[in-house]
Design a binder for this molecule. Structure first.
Ligand SMILES: C[S@@+](CC[C@H](N)C(=O)[O-])C[C@H]1O[C@@H](n2cnc3c(N)ncnc32)[C@H](O)[C@@H]1O
Length: 233
């Protein structure tokens, strides 16, 4: 039976694709790629585009709106899952590409949940990818954890009190999805005396990659969604 592959394509540098990801992406008949906005192209797709053969392979762009409130989004996940299920039932392997690793805050996880519940007969194989966290830590020269150090990974749109506790309790804190809440996070770092213990990394692995240690200069700016903050004591 045909199957679904969830393929982690890494954070941006095509050389960070695994050999398995490359093999699967060359072999499948259908590639599904997510985008948050119908007008935008898919970032995950742009990473793997050079591997694809558009004569032989079909590319489907699926829209998954991004918002904090998940209400009303089920129909998008359901219709994306149904589209994929139809292809697989028709005998075609489908690869769903996802930035970084598929099991870390990825869009694929919503589809995965639906597949497990509604289409349990369809096999799903997950191909791990290099996460943006790993690549960003290396780009910033900040080892994530050594010996008994403790690491926390959290989405930055987090209650301020909880964030303060996490920053106090862990040796390394990675704040994903930090772009929209950066100014508030910076205030908290200032208060805790951690503003010089952090690196802001955006578009890691892409030609536009940026690593910023002087966080103050980012205040009030519109920051790239593909950015994270590593706080290291
Ligand atoms: C929906 S999550 C996807 C995480 C992804 N599955 C991973 O393993 O890296 C999106 C968040 O990942 C981070 N991210 C993804 N790609 C990135 C990149 N190239 N550079 C910096 N941060 C990135 C950002 O914090 C972004 O808001």
């Amino acid at each position: 039976m045909a199957k679904i592959y969830a393929v982690g394509v890494g954070p941006g540098d095509p050389e960070l694709l695994t050999r398995k990801a490359e093999r699967v992406l060359r072999e499948v008949k259908v590639i599904c790629a997510p985008t948050a906005n119908p007008a935008d192209s898919s970032y995950a797709l742009s990473i793997v585009e050079p591997l694809l053969d558009r004569q032989r392979q079909e590319v489907i762009i699926q829209v998954f709106p991004m918002r904090k409130d998940q209400a009303g989004l089920d129909e998008f996940w359901e219709s994306a899952a149904a589209e994929v299920a139809e292809k697989v039932r028709g005998g075609q392997d489908v690869a769903f590409v996802t930035i970084g690793d598929p099991f870390l805050y990825s869009t694929f996880l919503y589809i995965y949940r639906i597949f497990r519940e509604r289409y349990p007969d369809i096999p799903v194989e997950v191909v791990p990818g290099v996460s943006s966290i790993n690549a960003a830590a290396i780009a910033a020269g900040l080892p994530l954890g050594m010996a008994s150090e403790r690491i926390a990974i959290i989405p930055a749109a987090f209650d301020e009190k909880d964030l303060r506790r996490v920053l106090l309790d862990f040796d390394t804190v990675v704040l994903m999805k930090v772009s929209r809440v950066f100014d508030g996070v910076y205030e908290l770092l200032l208060e805790l005396g951690l503003e010089h213990n952090a690196a802001f990394v955006s578009r890691v692995g892409a030609p536009e990659e940026e690593v910023v240690f002087d966080l103050e200069r980012l205040l009030g700016q519109k920051l790239d969604y593909l950015s994270l903050l590593i706080v290291k004591k």
